[in-house]
Design a binder for this molecule. Structure first.
Ligand SMILES: Nc1ncnc2c1ncn2[C@@H]1O[C@H](COP(=O)(O)OP(=O)(O)OP(=O)(O)O)[C@@H](O)[C@H]1O
Length: 303
């Protein structure tokens, strides 16, 4: 019999997963899985739970939560020799990664994707011995994602981020960096940089529109120093993906990106604080196998 371990964050999003859990378990049982659950208790707990799932030889691990929970689970699986297949049930506030995978936000439809049993190997990123599946970055604005209090996210959802973003705008300052990417180099002041594995970033779906998740390459986006009015203008253009030809933007693909700075610059990994830079970002080609809708990589699919 196949065995699945569901690791879920009971505080994620609007706490809907706890209510759906009995139905979810029943559906896994009916599909032939022996299933057990782990409810996370604090930061880092999902990483430990994922490592234990590997030790106990589960065939499938399901991460139910927001991007933070999925990131923690990936950190528990990435270094293991035997890596179970990974399913996602997106019940967080932003769910950028699930959007990139075309996994529906409806809990039962997300369960359908896992039980349909189609999975595919996808790239993940590593930096300073930590792993990310969606995006890494640095620059004051990337700190937005963890400055929003969890209670406010539960109440307001995505709106909480926009409000906090507006509040932070006046305090945005450029940072002097040196960025090496696949043999090329950029040196100068930047507002922020992003190293992206998917095209779904911070609720913007066209920020890194060419990102593929199984090509062994990141999309690197550098936004150079500019004033606040310019920055707002670029952000508006980015909603529709019209920011890429701007002279203040560098947008390219790279498998390795090395960021050095003498100033204090925080590293953001999938929306959570990941320590301080410098760091070297390495793309791990097709390193983890994810359940996705079977037509996810067909040219017609747009989700
Ligand atoms: N029982 C818990 N109580 C409080 N925090 C927890 C608990 N379990 C996990 N966490 C922490 O909550 C963080 C954020 O959770 P998660 O990403 O699942 O949900 P979210 O914040 O609602 O959504 P998103 O990250 O998409 O905005 C996790 O990275 C984890 O460190």
């Amino acid at each position: 019999m196949k065995r699945a371990r569901i690791i879920y964050n009971p505080t994620s999003g609007r706490e809907a997963f706890k209510r759906a859990l009995p139905d979810v378990l029943q559906r896994f049982e009916q599909a032939g899985y022996e299933t057990s659950t782990h409810s996370t208790t604090c930061a880092g707990d999902a990483t430990e739970a994922a490592k234990i799932s590997v030790e106990r030889r589960f065939d499938v691990v399901v991460a139910a939560g927001g991007d933070g929970t999925i990131n923690e689970v990936i950190n528990g699986l990435a270094e293991q020799e035997h890596r179970p297949r990974l399913g996602i049930i997106p019940v967080g506030t932003t769910n950028d990664f699930a959007r990139a995978l075309c996994v529906p936000r409806n809990i039962h439809k997300a369960v359908d994707v896992i039980l349909e049993d189609y999975s595919t190997p996808l790239d993940i990123g590593r930096v300073n011995e930590q792993y990310f599946m969606n995006i890494a970055g640095g620059g004051k604005l990337t700190e937005l994602s963890y400055e929003v209090p969890s209670k406010l996210k539960t109440m307001l959802g995505q709106l909480a981020y926009y409000l906090k973003g507006m509040e932070m705008l006046p305090s945005l300052r450029p940072t002097k960096v040196n960025i090496e990417y696949d043999g090329k180099q950029f040196e100068g002041d930047i507002m922020l940089f992003l190293v992206s594995n998917t095209n779904s970033v911070g609720g913007f779906e066209k920020l890194a529109p060419a990102a593929e998740m199984n090509d062994g390459l990141f999309d690197l986006l550098i936004i150079k120093k500019m004033n606040i009015a310019e920055f707002i203008r670029i952000s508006m253009l980015a909603v529709n993906g019209n920011h890429l030809n701007d002279p203040n933007i560098i947008y390219t693909k790279a498998s390795r990106v090395k960021v050095h700075t003498d100033e204090k610059m925080q590293l953001n990994l999938d929306g959570e604080f990941g320590g301080l830079l410098p760091g070297e970002f390495v793309n791990l080609y097709q390193h983890l196998e994810f359940f996705v809708p079977e037509d996810k990589f067909s040219p017609e699919k747009d989700c």
